[in-house]
Design a protein around this ligand. Structure first.
Ligand code: RIB
Length: 286
C-alpha cells in the first residue's frame, strides 16, 4: 500500500516533451502505473534546470506518491531533495546514479556510441563529426566516449578522427541551424560522416544538408540515435542506434512500484543494451 497521506499519482519529469523519444517512454510508464491504478502526471523540464527544480517542488507540494525523473544534467540535487522529503523516485536514462541514493534505469550509451563508430569505420570513414547537445547531459557524453573508443579499437587516433560540434539543444531546429558549423572548412574539409547524438538533431541536419544541395549518403553519411518512428519514414531511412524506449519507461515504473510498496526495497540499477539499425543514410566513404 502507498505511504499514508500520499496521493494516487506519480510524477513523470521528462527532459523535453517535444521529443518523441519521451512519448514512448511515457507510454511504458503509464502502462505499468495502470496496473496499480496510479495516475501519471507529466511535467516537462524543457532542458532547463530551473524548470526541473520548479517541477520537483510542485510534485512534493501535490504530495505525489513518487516520481520517475529524467534529470536534465549531472546535478542530482533535486532528486536528493525529494529523498529528504520522503518522496520515492527512480532516475530514468541515467547510468551514473549510485544504488546508495536511488534506483536507475538506463541504456548503455557507451555501447551505442561505439556501435555507431564501428559501423562508420567499417564503411571506411576515418573521420567523423559528432553533432551533439550539451555535454552536461550524461547520455550524450557517453555516446561520444563510445565513438572515440571505436576509433581507438581500430588503431586510429580519436583526437584526430572525431570532431565535436556542440549545440545548446537536442531538437531538429538546432540540427538544421548547426549545418554551417558542421560543414565549416570548405568542400575539401567537409565531413563525409556525421554521428548525431539523437535522431532529432539528425532530422534537422538532413534538412539543412538538403538545402545546401548535399546528398545523404552520397556526399555525407548520417547516423542518428534513438530510432524514432520517423527514422524509417524519411528517405533515405536513417541509420540509427535503437533504444528500448517503451521498456525503459515500463521498467522505471516497475522499480518505482517496488519502492512504493516496500520501504526497505534495495535500490536497483538496470542497464539495457542498444542496437544499431542500418538503413540508407550511411554509405562507404568515397
Ligand atoms: O534526452 C536527450 C536524449 O537522451 C534523447 O533524445 C534520447 O536519446 C535520450 O537518451
Amino acid at each position: 500500500s502507498l505511504r499514508s497521506g500520499r496521493s494516487e499519482s506519480v510524477g513523470l519529469l521528462v527532459l523535453d516533451v517535444t521529443n518523441p523519444f519521451f512519448a514512448e517512454v511515457a507510454r511504458g510508464v503509464e502502462d505499468e502505473a495502470a496496473t496499480s491504478g496510479l495516475a501519471v502526471v507529466l511535467l516537462n523540464s524543457a532542458e532547463t534546470h530551473e524548470r526541473q527544480r520548479r517541477n520537483v517542488r510542485l510534485l512534493a507540494e501535490q504530495r505525489a506518491a513518487g516520481a520517475v525523473v529524467m534529470p536534465v544534467d549531472d546535478d542530482l540535487s533535486d532528486l536528493l531533495w525529494l529523498s529528504r522529503r520522503g518522496t520515492s523516485w527512480v532516475a530514468l536514462d541515467r547510468g551514473d546514479v549510485s544504488e546508495d541514493v536511488g534506483c536507475s534505469v538506463s541504456v548503455d550509451n557507451h555501447e551505442g556510441g561505439q556501435a555507431a563508430g564501428r559501423h562508420l569505420i567499417g564503411l571506411g570513414h576515418e573521420r567523423v563529426t559528432f553533432l551533439t547537445g550539451p555535454f552536461a547531459i550524461e547520455q550524450v557524453r557517453r555516446r561520444h566516449q563510445g565513438l572515440r573508443a571505436a576509433f581507438e579499437e581500430a588503431g586510429l587516433d580519436p583526437d584526430a578522427a572525431v570532431r565535436v560540434v556542440e549545440q545548446p539543444l537536442l531538437n531538429p531546429e538546432q540540427g538544421e541551424r548547426a549545418v554551417d558549423e558542421v560543414l565549416a572548412g570548405g568542400p575539401k574539409q567537409r565531413p563525409r560522416a556525421v554521428f548525431c547524438a539523437n535522431d532529432q538533431l539528425a532530422l534537422g541536419l538532413m534538412k539543412g544538408l538538403g538545402r545546401r544541395g548535399l546528398r545523404v549518403p552520397e556526399d555525407i553519411s548520417v547516423v542518428g540515435y534513438d530510432n524514432l518512428d520517423f527514422a524509417d519514414l524519411v528517405h533515405p531511412g536513417l541509420t540509427t542506434v535503437a533504444q528500448p524506449k517503451y521498456e525503459l519507461g515500463r521498467e522505471a515504473m516497475r522499480l518505482l512500484h517496488a519502492e512504493l510498496n516496500d520501504p526497505d526495497h534495495l535500490h536497483e540499477r538496470v542497464l539495457f543494451t542498444p542496437e544499431l539499425v542500418v538503413r540508407g543514410s550511411t554509405a562507404a566513404h568515397r
